[in-house]
Design a protein around this ligand. Structure first.
Ligand SMILES: Nc1ncnc2c1ncn2[C@@H]1O[C@H](COP(=O)(O)OP(=O)(O)OP(=O)(O)O)[C@@H](O)[C@H]1O
Ligand SMILES: [Mg+2]
Length: 285
């Protein structure tokens, strides 16, 4: 498999810190993947996200050991700007990312920087705003006066407007309720499907992403301790680490019924689980 993002024996420590925040991380994210990274507070998820979108080492000072390659280029601080034009990043604090005082200018900014002509910029801005479920009436507003959910959506629109090949989201659902979260997750999935983008999401909430994920990764103490497709991930998740993962309700139910109905863990996919539960419930009621 060719890797859109590849990390080999990666170690990272921030300047003036004696501790490694990332410890010997190895990961290959394939084209068109939808990878979710989860883990406890302070595990290094945001730091890993910064590496995966080329912000580390370019925009942060520290010590890096090992190899990082994104979209076929080895990332060094000099090359990270070039990488960035093909990579989107949505930080967990959208307000920190805003650079202008009008939503339209904000979404158009990177496109202008990349030299896209004004007609296409208008089309892209309108596409991106619709894609995240906002109406064009928001374009004239200041991003700072929006609700936190709207800010998050605008930040996502900014990241997708350039139609990047790789997009990294750091806790994109933190300001959204269930309905808002489902809408955002669906638009992220559309982006993967229609624009062949590769998606990496750092999130505690796994349930709403479950139907779309190709793999789940668990960070713990700076290490990538477990990576696997959803059935594999939950089957191999050590009991001792379960408290650090929000195991979706559907998976808990599946785990409860599998030993009683001689089902195998490998059958656990969102669709097969759904179908099975519906059958089971029909039999009961
Ligand atoms: N810019 C920075 N400068 C110095 N240290 C940092 C910086 N950013 C993060 N750290 C440190 O790196 C470690 C990992 O932090 P990181 O934010 O990557 O964890 P996280 O898994 O994203 O946590 P959370 O779930 O709380 O967002 C922490 O000890 C943190 O204090
Ligand atoms: Mg974080």
């Amino acid at each position: 498999m060719s890797c859109v993002a590849s990390l080999e024996n990666l170690w990272w420590s921030y300047e003036n810190s004696s501790e490694w925040v990332l410890k010997n991380v190895n990961l290959c994210v394939g084209e068109g993947e939808f990878l979710l990274i989860t883990g406890p507070t302070g595990a290094g998820k945001t730091t890993l996200a910064r590496v995966l979108c080329g912000l580390i080492p370019g925009s942060y000072r520290g010590v890096l050991k090992g190899r990082v390659s994104i979209l076929g280029s080895e990332v060094t601080s000099l090359k990270s700007l070039r990488v960035l034009s093909n990579v989107g990043f949505v930080s967990s604090d959208p307000e920190m990312q805003f650079l202008t005082t009008r939503v339209e200018d904000e979404v158009a900014l990177r496109l202008r920087f990349l030299g896209v002509d004004s007609e296409e910029i208008r089309e892209r801005v309108s596409w991106a705003i619709k894609q995240v479920g906002l109406s064009e009436s928001i374009l004239d507003k200041s991003p700072y006066e929006l609700s936190s959910g709207q800010k998050q959506r605008v930040a996502i629109a900014v990241a997708i407007a350039t139609k990047p090949r790789l997009i990294v989201f750091d806790e994109p659902l933190s300001n959204l309720d269930w309905a808002g979260a489902e809408g955002v997750v669906r638009s992220i999935e559309l982006l993967r499907r229609d624009n062949k983008a590769t998606i990496i999401v750092v999130e505690h909430r796994i349930d709403v992403f479950m139907p779309y994920l190709s793999r789940i990764a668990l960070m713990y103490g700076g290490e990538l301790v477990l990576v696997g497709d959803p059935p594999n991930f939950f089957a191999r998740l050590p009991r001792g680490l379960e408290n650090y993962v929000r195991v979706p309700e559907l998976v808990r139910i599946w785990r409860y019924i599998t030993p009683r109905h001689s089902l195998r863990n490998e059958n656990l996919s969102h669709e097969s689980l759904r179908t099975y539960l519906i059958k089971l419930l029909k039999g009961v009621y």
